[in-house]
Write a protein that binds this ligand. Structure first.
Ligand code: 13P
Ligand code: SF4
Length: 301
C-alpha cells in the first residue's frame, strides 16, 4: 500500500479529520480534508464532527483547535513544529506589560501560546485583525502582540492608539521594503501581494498592491488575470496558487522564505500520528477556559 493510501485508510479508520495550513508540504496539503489559513482552520476544527483532529500546522494552531474542541483528541504530528513568532512573548512578560498599562485592552495574534491567549481580551488572525481592533471602543488603549509589523499595519489602517510588542516572524521579517522594491524593479508590471507579517509592512506599502492573509492571497491568485504575480510570504503557498490558477506565473519574492517549523511535518509523520495517536495536545483546563473567551471573539469576527 502506498503512503498516501495508508494515510487515507487511517483517516477513515480513526474517524479523523486532517487540517493543513497553506504553508505545509504539497504532499500533506494534497491529502488534507481542509487546507487554509489560521482562521479558516480554527472554524473547520469547530465544525468537524470527527473524534480526532490531526493538525498539520504548528503548535499554536493545534492548541487553538484543542481549546475550541475540548472533548476531541487533537494531534500534532511533530512536536518540533513550533513558531518563532509565538516564542517572542511569554505569559509572565505579558502580565508585566499589562501591569504597566492598567485598563488597556489586550489583542493577541493567534500566533501565541495558550498561556498568552489566556491573558488576552481578544485574539485575532491576519485576516481579521483590523476588524477585531475596530470592535474595541475608541477611547480604550490597546496592547497588540506579538508581531510589530502586523500591529503597525493595523494601527495605520484603524488610526487607533496601539502599543506594539517588539516581536516578529523570522521568515517574514526578512521580506523587507528594499527586498520588495528590488523585486518590483526586476518584474515591472507584475502585481505584488504581501502578508502583513512582512518586515515593516507599513513602510513596504508603496511597493505592494495588496496586504493579505494567506487565504486572502489565495483568493487573489484565483481571480487574477495578470500573467505574473509576485508573492511575499512563505513559499508553501505557491503549491495551491499553481493549482487554483495554472495560467498565471506566481513568483516568490524570496525562494528561501521557508518556515522550518511548518516543514517539520512530513507525510510519514502524519501517517504515524494517525496510527499511533501522537502527539496529543493538551491545554490545562484553567488556561483553556480563560483563552476561550478571546478565541470565541476571534472566530466570531
Ligand atoms: P495566516 O493566518 O495568514 O495563515 O498566517 C499564519 C502564519 O503563521 C503566517 O506566518
Ligand atoms: Fe511562525 Fe513565521 Fe512560521 Fe508563521 S511563518 S508559523 S509566524 S515562524
Amino acid at each position: 500500500m502506498t503512503l498516501e493510501a495508508e494515510v487515507l485508510r487511517l483517516k477513515d479508520e480513526k474517524d479523523a479529520v486532517l487540517l493543513a495550513h497553506n504553508y505545509q508540504r504539497p504532499e500533506v496539503q494534497d491529502l488534507a480534508d481542509f487546507v487554509g489559513d489560521s482562521l479558516y482552520l480554527s472554524r473547520k476544527a469547530m465544525e468537524s464532527d470527527r473524534s480526532v483532529i490531526v493538525f498539520a500546522g504548528v503548535r499554536f494552531m493545534a492548541e487553538t483547535a484543542k481549546i475550541l474542541n475540548p472533548t476531541r483528541t487533537v494531534l500534532l504530528p511533530d512536536l518540533k513544529a513550533g513558531c518563532g513568532l509565538a516564542d517572542a512573548i511569554t505569559a509572565p512578560q505579558l502580565r508585566t506589560w499589562k501591569a504597566e498599562h492598567p485598563g488597556a485592552v489586550v489583542v493577541a495574534y493567534i500566533n501565541t501560546s495558550a498561556e498568552v491567549k489566556a491573558e488576552a481580551d481578544y485574539c485575532c488572525t491576519s485576516s481579521n485583525a483590523v476588524k477585531i481592533v475596530e470592535q474595541i471602543p475608541a477611547d480604550r488603549e490597546i496592547l497588540f502582540l506579538p508581531d510589530m509589523f502586523l500591529g503597525d499595519y493595523v494601527r495605520q489602517r484603524t488610526g487607533r492608539r496601539m502599543h506594539l510588542w517588539v516581536g516578529d516572524c523570522p521568515v517574514h521579517a526578512k521580506l523587507s521594503p528594499p527586498v520588495l522594491a528590488r523585486a518590483r524593479q526586476a518584474h515591472p508590471g507584475a502585481p505584488l501581494i504581501a502578508h502583513p507579517e512582512c518586515g515593516c509592512a507599513t513602510q513596504a506599502l508603496p511597493h505592494v498592491d495588496r496586504v493579505l492573509s494567506t487565504d486572502g492571497m489565495l483568493r487573489f491568485a484565483e481571480e487574477t488575470r495578470a500573467p505574473e504575480v509576485l508573492v511575499a510570504t512563505e513559499v508553501g503557498i505557491l503549491h495551491r496558487m499553481h493549482k487554483l490558477n495554472p495560467t498565471t506565473h506566481f513568483s516568490p519574492i524570496d525562494g528561501g522564505a521557508i518556515c522550518p517549523y511548518m516543514k517539520e511535518i512530513e507525510l510519514e509523520d502524519v501517517r504515524d500520528s494517525l496510527a499511533l495517536g501522537r502527539y496529543e495536545i493538551e491545554v490545562p483546563a484553567d488556561v483553556a477556559s480563560k483563552a476561550r473567551r478571546a478565541l470565541d471573539r476571534m472566530v466570531a469576527a
